[in-house]
Design a protein around this ligand. Structure first.
Ligand SMILES: [Zn+2]
Length: 207
């Protein structure tokens, strides 16, 4: 599955949904007390599975655990608080896998910059609402901050006790999106679907 995450990051890079060092992904299996997260400061289009960081979940805090010799010299993504909140309890995915993908898709960000509320697009585009539940936008928050994590969790309506989330994807104004599902490609598809609709809306000039 870590290899699949690397494939998703390559595809995201090719689509201009990320520059080399942006973007981050985490994955947790329901029967493990830890999750894996991409490291910071590494080119994501050439990321290898042995570069992932292993993070042990200890209630409301975490511990960086040894994984490979290569990853020992790396640090976890700066967006770890965002991922940790979504990985400490798996909610509706607690019999499965939870993957959290953060990317910077061009048209989603452009739409938010133009003042579009991504969650309102679901009203006009049934193919979006059919498969993807879009949360209200997060406003301006600093990257790699606890505030970004808290705001994303709030807009996704994350229940901190159970890990249940109401939405599949949330946009962060001036920054990117966070998507959650049971596989890397499923999480990717939420982004792809929303990106496609944002492109259409912006092309229409009616917003
Ligand atoms: Zn980002």
């Amino acid at each position: 599955m870590l290899e699949t995450i690397c494939d998703v990051l390559v595809e995201g890079y090719k689509r201009n949904w990320s520059t080399s060092r942006d973007s981050n992904v985490s994955i947790r299996y329901y029967d493990r007390d830890h999750f894996y997260i991409t490291p910071t400061g590494v080119r994501k289009q050439t990321l290898q599975p042995d570069q992932f960081k292993k993070i042990k979940v200890l209630g409301n805090t975490w511990e960086d655990r040894p994984y490979t010799d290569i990853s020992a010299n790396l640090r976890p993504s700066g967006e770890l608080p965002l991922h940790f909140g979504l990985q400490k309890k798996l909610g509706q995915h607690d019999n499965d896998i939870r993957v959290v993908v953060h990317l910077h898709p061009t048209y989603c960000i452009a739409a938010m910059h133009a003042g579009i509320h991504l969650n309102e697009l679901t009203k006009d585009f049934p193919e979006l609402s059919r498969y993807t539940k879009v949360a209200p936008n997060v406003g301006d928050v600093p990257p790699i901050s606890q505030e970004l994590a808290d705001q994303c969790h709030e807009k996704l309506e994350l229940d901190h006790d159970t890990g249940h989330i109401k939405y599949d994807i949330v946009g962060i104004k001036g920054h990117g999106v966070v998507s959650i599902d049971t596989s890397p490609w499923r999480a990717y598809e939420h982004i792809e679907r929303l990106e496609h609709i944002c492109k259409i809306v912006l092309a229409s000039g009616k917003f």
